[in-house]
Ligand binder design. Structure first.
Ligand code: SF4
Length: 244
């Protein structure tokens, strides 16, 4: 049976004392090995939820996913990729036309500018193919480590780092894996905690958990399977543990 906030050993008062006598001892950070075990059970077959059929499409979809949900990006790209599937086809659009196509993903001016810039660079420097190294991907406009990690991990099977999006950022902090706020520093700390072969799926799994259970505004701690190892689990009302 999973331990819940109501059954927390760490906060139990010593014999003869009441709970009010001493503040509960904070839980330690989540143990990376136990966390991996739990996440594997919860999300046995994780995958990127963006829809794409080529490396170039994943690159574009990932650029569009900044500050936007994958569901919305998939709605937009369903139409967009019917019309444009290659860097050449994108460059046949004007900046304004592309802005209109991607308007609902937010930050559409910057995204359109970056996508067109990336298309030009892919054609001029990489023979029309999405490059397969971190160093080269980072030369594309609009591509930082998160996007590069998504492309490298999902397309080329290369784990050069861990894609740190807003969910990974939040979950890593809640689970006590890092106290950093900068995504690059968070990535570095996670890379030191988890084996390389887990990096790509760790990102997928934390993103899925952030979407399904540990939402930014209302983390569902009583029903969270990570509750027993999460230092941020909220105390549960008496009896709530029986739901687990
Ligand atoms: S839902 Fe609660 S217990 Fe689960 S990971 Fe988020 S903060 Fe921790």
């Amino acid at each position: 049976m999973k331990r819940t906030g109501s059954g927390r050993e760490a906060g139990a008062p010593p014999p003869g004392a009441s709970a009010a006598d001493s503040p509960p001892t904070p839980r330690p950070p989540a143990d990376p090995e136990r966390l991996l075990v739990e996440l594997r059970i919860l999300y046995p077959d994780p995958r990127c939820e963006l829809e794409y059929s080529t490396p170039f499409e994943l690159l574009v979809a990932t650029i569009l996913s900044a500050q936007c949900t994958d569901v919305r990006v998939n709605q937009v790209t369903a139409d967009l990729f019917r019309k444009c599937r290659t860097p050449e086809a994108f460059l046949a659009l004007s900046q304004e036309e592309l802005e209109q196509e991607i308007h609902s993903t937010g930050f559409f001016r910057n995204k359109a500018k970056n996508i067109l810039g990336a298309c030009r660079r892919i054609l001029e420097a990489y023979g029309g193919q999405v490059p397969d190294s971190m160093e080269e991907l980072l030369t594309l406009p609009g591509v930082a480590r998160k996007t590069a990690n998504v492309v490298l991990g999902n397309i080329f099977g290369k784990a050069e780092g861990i894609a740190v999006d807003t969910h990974v950022q939040r979950l890593s902090r809640l689970l006590g894996l890092t106290s950093e706020t900068d995504p690059v520093r968070i990535e570095r700390e996670l890379m030191a905690l988890f084996p390389r072969e887990e990096w790509t799926n760790l990102s997928h799994r934390l993103i899925l958990h952030g979407r399904r259970v540990c939402a930014a505004r209302r983390p569902d701690c009583p029903r969270c399977a990570l509750n027993s190892l999460c230092p941020s689990a909220r105390d549960l009302p008496v009896g709530a543990g029986s739901e687990q």
